[in-house]
Design a protein around this ligand. Structure first.
Ligand code: SF4
Length: 342
């Protein structure tokens, strides 16, 4: 079986699932326009900024999973958290369901927009029982009319994520990593959200547990018409779960396309390098592939390279690359890329 056959099967499965569920709509749920998030730091007497997210624009459609990939420290998590306004944006706009929420009061939107964290053990309060953790959001948003209804809601959420009623009285440290992540997912689902930022939800888990969590997230998306921003550094996971994929490098979005298109026709040199590093199960295909090795280290986001931020490591860099920032252009319908030579 060739590599492209493997991808086709995965892609078809994913698209069939979306079509079956009737979840993939054209309606834009989240729109981000020229978003920047700079963190101030002090270097001696000089004030400086970590340019974690720089001028990112994208849309997330209702019912879709938008994957976000890139090396550690490229700004994926910061972008996800800024969209949720857990970090205040430095500039730019965030629109949710057509409403500008960049400066809005967030309490009504906290119910609609949730997050699943990377490290489940660090994101669960060790002094609270599982029932208290899941019930907290129900209380804040006054979603249960009585104590009995609250208990019923907690039990049904635990059942939904594969835990049982007795787990409600236990503490997070009594659970494995996979179970702790299930508790985190139950907590996110407690408020019946529409949009969830899945911030590397499986990278801290054993490989054997990862697929269980991914399958559960996919099943829940089908049942509840959820929209995901799925952040990961592992492109093989992201392309399995995502309808479209955005690639980030040093705070900037460099390419955005459907999962199928990005796998078959990666245009940005950075995406090509990332894809060449994804392992292929067939040893014959694996041997015939050319692995592109990236030069050097990621530059500092405090003082990023001029022009194209990737020019210090790009094998195709030309003189204009360090002088001018390449604009994000729609190279083919729905396929966007920021590179001077594409
Ligand atoms: Fe490489 Fe230039 Fe394209 Fe940047 S703009 S990715 S440096 S070719």
């Amino acid at each position: 079986m060739t590599e492209s056959n493997v991808l086709t099967q995965e892609e078809n499965l994913r698209e069939n699932r979306a079509v079956e569920a009737g979840t993939y709509e054209e309606k834009v749920l989240v729109r981000v326009e020229n978003l920047r998030k700079y963190f101030p730091i002090k270097a001696g007497f000089k004030k400086n900024y970590v340019q974690a997210v720089d001028n990112v624009s994208l849309t997330i459609r209702k019912g879709e999973t938008l994957g976000l990939v890139g090396e550690s420290g490229c700004g994926k998590t910061t972008l996800g958290r800024t969209i949720l306004r857990l970090y205040e944006p430095t500039s730019g706009k965030i629109l949710y369901d057509g409403v500008d929420i960049t400066k809005a009061k967030m309490l009504p939107y906290r119910r609609k927009m949730q997050i699943i964290f990377q490290d489940p053990s660090a994101s669960l309060d060790p002094r609270m029982t599982v029932g208290e953790i899941v019930g907290e959001a129900i209380d804040i948003h006054k979603l249960a009319a009585s104590k009995a209804e609250r208990t019923e809601m907690i039990e049904s959420l635990l059942a939904k994520v594969g835990l049982n009623t007795e787990h409600s009285n236990r503490y997070p440290h009594e659970f494995s990593g996979g179970q702790q992540q299930r508790i985190g997912i139950a907590r996110a689902l407690a408020v019946k959200p529409e949009f969830i930022v899945c911030d590397e939800p499986i990278s801290a888990l054993d490989v054997s547990i990862q697929s269980q969590i991914v399958n559960m997230l996919e099943d829940m998306q089908k049942e509840e018409t959820l929209t995901y921003l799925f952040i990961a550094h592992d492109l093989s996971v992201v392309r399995h779960i995502s309808n479209r994929i955005g690639v980030m490098y040093l705070g900037s979005l460099v390419e955005l396309a459907t999962s199928r298109e990005l796998n078959r026709n990666p245009l940005h040199p950075y995406t090509q390098i990332l894809l060449s590093a994804v392992p292929v199960p067939d040893p014959k295909v694996s041997r015939s592939r050319k692995r592109i090795v990236m030069q050097g280290d990621v530059p500092s986001p405090i003082n990023p390279p001029s022009g194209c931020r990737f020019h210090t490591r790009c094998p195709y860099a030309k003189a204009e690359c360090s002088a001018e920032v390449p604009p994000m252009r729609e190279v083919q319908p729905g396929h966007f890329c920021a590179c001077h030579i594409v």
